[in-house]
Design a protein around this ligand. Structure first.
Ligand code: NDP
Length: 299
């Protein structure tokens, strides 16, 4: 007989909604106090359908939080020089407090050069080498949105992460590495696994906190998960089958009932990512305009 599913669901949707509500409140205060409106510029090159959906959603939610949204849609054959000169323009524009270049870029463009051309103070994705370095050295940075959202979910659930064993599977610059830095900042004992890691299931079984950011549908099986662990599933995988394609995570959700808590996919990490983008835009505004004053709810 199959065991009952006892893990609590970590509801990213509702935490993100309350974060967005607080951000909208912060924006209203900023407008009343300064007469200014925080602005976010999003640059999309090409017509990748998934990217187009993300950009649309970012635009909608930025405006819903009371901020200005500037979307720049560029053709797929945009040159590196043209993209760099748009970034120069946005860097210099006082109405733009945050700049995000939607990834992936078409292959002829040099992504690292593009990201590092963004003014670090406006780098709301937190991917610029300055922000990566500040985060790695424990200084005030703009922090990548997805790992920031994961950390908020964990702190909301566990309050104090200090001393817990955390395993991050995946070591990308945008999720795995900053996630490990944030968990270290919370005084977790952190291990980072990747495609060459040996004995991954055994390693998983030692983790009180398991963050999975791999991009392989249901790779982490139930018997890899320590009973009572808290599981954050970052993966978003589209799986074709009978009927409509399904979106699943990197964790075999139905087998994870003995975890203390787990994020569903969808509805877990995803909503937090956009909420954290809005939070970073408000943070960037505050640091650009009123350093050392009011800290806002999202920080
Ligand atoms: P990347 O492809 O950049 O990185 C994947 C990582 O997984 C790499 O470090 C890779 O190891 C590791 N990996 C691959 N195969 C294995 C394996 N068999 N065992 C252990 N590790 C493995 O992906 P991202 O970090 O950009 O994204 C990861 C997932 O998160 C994707 O599904 C993506 O869609 C999702 N995502 C979700 C977001 C959200 O808002 N919810 C936002 C961003 C991403 P190696 O380095 O050795 O190659």
């Amino acid at each position: 007989m199959q065991k009952a599913f006892e893990a609590a669901l970590i509801d990213g949707k509702s935490l993100a909604a309350s974060l967005v509500e607080r951000i909208a409140g912060d924006v209203a205060v900023i407008k009343a106090e300064t007469g200014q409106t925080p602005g976010l510029a999003v640059v999309l090159v090409g017509e990748d359908p998934a990217s187009a959906v993300y950009v649309k959603s970012k635009h909608r939610q930025t405006e819903a939080a009371g901020m200005r949204s500037f979307v720049h849609r560029l053709p797929v054959d945009t040159t590196q020089d043209a993209l760099m000169s748009l970034l120069d323009q946005l860097n210099a524009d006082p109405a733009v407090n945050g700049i995000l270049v939607q990834l992936p870029l078409p292959p002829h463009l040099e992504a690292a050069e593009v990201i590092n051309a963004i003014n670090p103070a406006k780098d709301v994705d937190g991917f610029h080498i300055s922000n990566a370095g500040l985060l790695a050295t424990g200084q005030e940075a703009l922090v990548p949105c997805t790992p920031l959202g994961c950390t908020m979910l964990l702190k909301d659930r566990l309050s104090d992460l200090s001393g817990l064993n955390a395993l991050v599977i995946g070591k990308s610059n945008i999720v795995g590495k900053p996630m490990a830095q944030l968990l270290m900042a919370e005084n977790c004992t952190v291990t980072v696994a990747h495609s060459r890691t040996r004995n991954l299931p055994e390693l998983c079984r030692t983790a009180d906190i398991l963050v999975v950011a791999v991009g392989r549908p249901e790779m982490v099986r139930g018997d890899w998960i320590k009973p009572g662990a808290t599981v954050i599933d970052v993966g978003i995988n589209r799986v074709e089958g009978k009927g409509k394609p399904r979106i699943v995570g990197d964790v075999a959700f139905a087998e994870a009932g003995h975890a203390a808590a787990i994020t569903p996919v969808p509805g877990g990490v995803g909503p937090m990512t956009i909420a954290c983008l809005l939070a970073n835009t408000v943070t960037a505004f505050r640091r650009q305009n009123k350093p050392n004053t009011t800290r806002f709810a999202a920080e």
